[in-house]
Write a protein that binds this ligand. Sequence first.
Ligand SMILES: [Zn+2]
Length: 290
Amino acid sequence: MSELRLMAVHAHPDDESSKGAATMARYADEGARVLVVTLTGGERGDILNPAMDLPEVHGRMAEIRRDEMARAAEILGVEHHWLGFIDSGLPEGDPLPPLPEGCFAAIPLDGPTEALTKVIREFKPHVMTTYDETGGYPHPDHIRCHEVSVAAYEAAADYRLFPDAGEPWAVSKLYYNHGFLRQRMQLLQDEFARRGLEGPFAKWLEHWDADKDIFADRVTTRVECAKYFSLRDDALRAHQTQIDPTSFFFATPMDWQQELWPTEEYELARSRVPVELPETDLFAGIETDG
Ligand SMILES: [Zn+2]
């Protein structure tokens, strides 16, 4: 089979390392071309690592996040492209303040859709990943990421749309990331309890009803990628300003994760090729010529 190509669309630098990172590392290792497209520069991200909360860091967030992203891409073995839109920030307060002028979530959909369509027509991915309609996390850029990705998936194949953005290309499959599942968290927490240890997820689980694990029912595709979990963690740690190394993300021993939950989860949202669900491979059903 000739070259397979996967494009993962994300809102901010660091999202690629927390959603589907081990899957990307696996496909890249197996010879596929993998391209991460980051829609915004992450300029409005908070510094979440106390060790990096320094005046000299605050003054040059955009630049630092570019360096962090480059390092993460290198670790995962993927290519990377910035789309160049401005981070909207996470609005907080009641009522919520208006979005900053000109930010990604506040500008009309057409600009980012055309920009992403152009990248799709150039890279010609067989498979695209993005977020579901909730964003997976209620950040305006994540919800916008969903909208732009779905619009560009459709537009890229339609010669009538954005004729200046290259020759049409029909992406075969579009997936939503669903790695953040209550079931998984409970399973890991139970393993701590079984060994007489206090797990790090009690607070999370307490505020997350089992019947609200809505995404678990939407998973169509489980990709085995346990071997690449440590690369995922390394890539996440490369985003030094965004990740506290003492975070609960890293609290579960690697061998438990690999044994108890060796996969990353996806929902097949659209397909132009015949599929059989459930599946274990994002490229299932895709035939490349030559
Ligand atoms: Zn994000």
